[in-house]
Design a protein around this ligand. Sequence first.
Ligand code: UDP
Ligand code: MG
Length: 320
Amino acid sequence: MTVQTLSVVVPVYNEVESLDRFVTELMETLQADSMAAYQSKVFLVDDGSTDGSVELERQLQKTWDGQLEVIELSRNFGKSAALRAGFDYSDSELVVTFDADGQDVPAELPRLLAALDEQGVDLMCGWRQTRIDRSVKRRTSKIYNWVTRKGSGLDLHDFNTGLKLLTRELVDALPLYGEFHRYVPVLAYDLGFRVGEIAVEHRPRTAGVSKYMSLSRFPKTFLDLFTVLFLTKFSNSPMYLFGGLGVALGGLGFVILSWLTFVKLVLGEGIGQRPLLMFGMLLTLVGLQLFMTGLLGDALRLSQASSRPTYRVRSSTLKA
Ligand code: UDP
Ligand code: MG
């Protein structure tokens, strides 16, 4: 039997009420017979908790010495940064992420592992088919998932589940900052990785509070979506977006100004009082600016060409 290494990365931000129970349940799963083919280690990444979670984590580390590590971030950096830290500190072949609040069910892990293998993908997402959250959250999540699906072209039900299983190759390639953890499947798909999904059980939060309650989260999420879609669709050539828009708007401006020139010179009418003159000038200028922005974007892209791979090879008859 080949044994694979597996890291369990758990971001923790003020979860003192749920953490103990969650870790106990997680450890039970990891030690079950169905997990015998995996050598696993848990990474609790504390994201600047102030409620005593840190003390609890240290205690848990002593209880599960050798099987559980604690990484304390110096302040609250957000879930994406916490996940990235866990990814960076682990070096296993597979990585699975869980929320610390107990909403994700550890016992689903073996099914996730089997599905990753069967479907031959690099990312296996848990799909919270019967999602148990407040109705406003379920509704906003529905809209968000729909927009992300349409925007990215990736056909998933649930983009922002806490429960995800990733291969090391994907983990190493993922840019994670801001609130990008919501877009891990989109980023993975864009980088050329295969993405799969299976329905998993989802439970209500039994203790503590959601860290994403405020209404300001909703517009922020969508602004992030624009960023991600821009990065995945246009970062290779900003010129296509900005230059394209610039040419369209500037072209319209040019047509308008040409027409007005004709009116003035050939028809001999005054054009100084016509609002169309303003409009034409505005369009021409905005178009020019956008075109220049596209050029700048492409120049930036060129100077950073090494930071983002331009392709990914799945397999080759040549040895790298
Ligand atoms: N979390 C984090 N940093 C933050 C916010 C949240 O590490 O700034 C963790 C949190 O402790 C939990 C997971 O991210 O383990 C998901 O958070 P939460 O359950 O509040 O999100 P929800 O399920 O309500 O979307
Ligand atoms: Mg939660």
